[in-house]
Design a protein around this ligand. Structure first.
Ligand code: ACO
Length: 421
């Protein structure tokens, strides 16, 4: 059987045959048939918007790999900083490369004092930390006007370092502002996750627990990239206009903020809290089936099987609970998962727990307020966004993103003066 697809325009009888490569055929086939013909594909269900070598995802079989490495192996053996290097450079670093990369990142963790004084301190006292984080990313770019020179490799590299290094600092700053605590400066003797936890929680005597440090690192690894999701697509679309990476990352973070995307982990904990007891799980599931809301943390556009990240997170949750004590919501989550996975509504629709189903329980047990959950997702996703941004800028096939539309409005009509309407 040939690996080609033939499309016939029945209006003209014209036929075009194009190759299918890796399950994809070029849209140039349509343009060849008729340049004014467009594919109607809301939410990009059948559109590959780019070629990418970064992350492989097989949703039917629950497979996720960064640059070819299975997520399970990276979560067991790697660190977030090493994974960030891998995503951006395509290969795991050797010792010298890792040392240099780590040195560079930790030497960019501090933030200009005016960033805190004039921007972060300017937010309303009850501002949502994710709203603050999104705006802070964009504001950060104004401190580095050279960041507009996106084609200069040295400048590009510097902004990548800055964004990865400063994201935890900004996140902790947003949190401490929201609870009225003085900001705590980065400690560059600590690892990337330990430094973040220290900036979050340090008041007087505080030492980062190594189990929680490792759990944070694993969560960062699991969230670092996930190919063309809503946030990464926002990064690519805005980046395609050659905006600076801070503005593009702010757009990506805005997309992540939504409850159907990275905001779901916050909604999961709110949902479990609302359910309140094991006895109320069946009634809640019936409500979801009746269309009264969604089972947050379930379902995924691509995974039609267990999200492999959810499996790792579930295990990490038990490690964390050894230190923090068991999160009482865990039992409700387990019952909810069990009930849903035995119900034909969820089975038939292939709805399984996604990355957000258990991550919120860990975050909550570690002391993070629910408002911080999406920020915790965003910190490591910055490296994935930047890897895609870099790939986009170096991809000769890419141009400014500009989809077409199917106009369904009224035809031309004559303006009616106000008095005659
Ligand atoms: N609870 C109940 N029903 C659901 C759920 C859910 N969580 N998710 C999907 N469905 C149902 C839909 O109602 C639809 O049913 P229908 O065929 O009878 O109309 C069917 O399953 C298919 O759902 P779609 O909305 O078409 O799937 P889509 O791929 O567009 O949505 C999404 C994916 C947004 C993740 C969805 O599953 C959802 O809303 N989940 C809850 C929010 C969530 O957990 N988001 C985090 C995703 S992971 C991430 O972004 C990091």
């Amino acid at each position: 059987m040939p690996d080609t697809i033939t499309i016939t325009d029945d209006r003209t009888g014209k036929t075009v045959t194009v190759p299918i490569t890796g399950g994809v055929f070029p849209s140039s086939a349509l343009r060849e048939l008729d340049p004014s013909l467009f594919l109607y594909d809301p939410a990009f269900l059948s559109t590959a918007s780019c070629r990418s070598e970064i992350t492989y995802l097989d949703g039917d079989n629950g497979v996720l790999r960064y640059r070819g490495y299975p997520i399970e192996q990276l979560a067991e053996h790697s660190t977030y900083l090493e994974v960030a290097y891998l995503l951006l450079h395509g290969e795991l670093p050797n010792q010298a490369q890792l040392d240099e990369w780590t040195y560079e990142v930790i030497h960019h963790t501090f933030i200009h004092e005016n960033m805190r004084k004039r921007f972060v301190d300017g937010f309303h006292y009850d501002a949502h930390p994710m709203g603050m984080f999104v705006s802070s990313l964009a504001a950060l770019g104004t401190f580095y006007p050279e960041s507009k020179h996106i084609q200069d490799p040295a400048i590009r590299h510097k902004q990548i370092l800055r964004l990865i290094a400063k994201s935890p600092t900004l996140a902790a700053m947003c949190y401490r502002f929201s609870v009225g605590l003085p900001f705590f400066l980065p400690d560059n003797d600590l690892s990337y996750p330990a430094n973040f936890l220290n900036m979050m929680w340090k008041i007087g005597e505080y030492e980062v627990d190594p189990v929680l440090e490792r759990a944070m690192d694993v969560l960062f690894i699991l969230h670092a990239d996930h190919e063309q999701n809503c946030g990464t697509t926002a990064m690519r679309v805005v980046g395609s206009s050659h905006a600076d990476p801070y503005s593009s990352a702010a757009a990506a973070a805005s997309a992540l903020y939504g409850p159907l995307h990275g905001g779901a982990n916050e909604q999961v904990v709110r949902m479990l809290t609302d359910i309140g007891s094991l006895d109320d799980v069946p009634a809640f599931v019936e409500d979801v089936k009746a269309g009264k809301g969604r089972l947050m943390g379930f379902g995924h556009r691509v995974y039609k099987n267990y999200d492999p990240r959810a499996t790792i997170i579930k295990q990490t949750a038990y490690d964390v609970f050894e230190v923090t004590g068991r999160n009482p919501l865990l039992d409700i989550a387990l019952k909810l998962e069990e009930t849903a996975l035995q119900d034909s509504y969820f089975v038939d629709r292939k709805l399984y727990p996604n990355v957000d189903f258990y991550s919120g329980l860990i975050y909550q047990a570690m002391g993070f307020p629910v408002e911080m959950f999406t920020v915790l997702f965003a910190i490591p996703r910055v490296s994935g966004w930047l890897a895609h941004w870099q790939e986009l800028l170096d991809d000769k096939d890419q141009k400014i993103s500009r989809p077409r539309q199917w106009y369904t409005g009224v035809d031309e009509r004559t303006y009616v003066p106000l008095g005659n309407r």
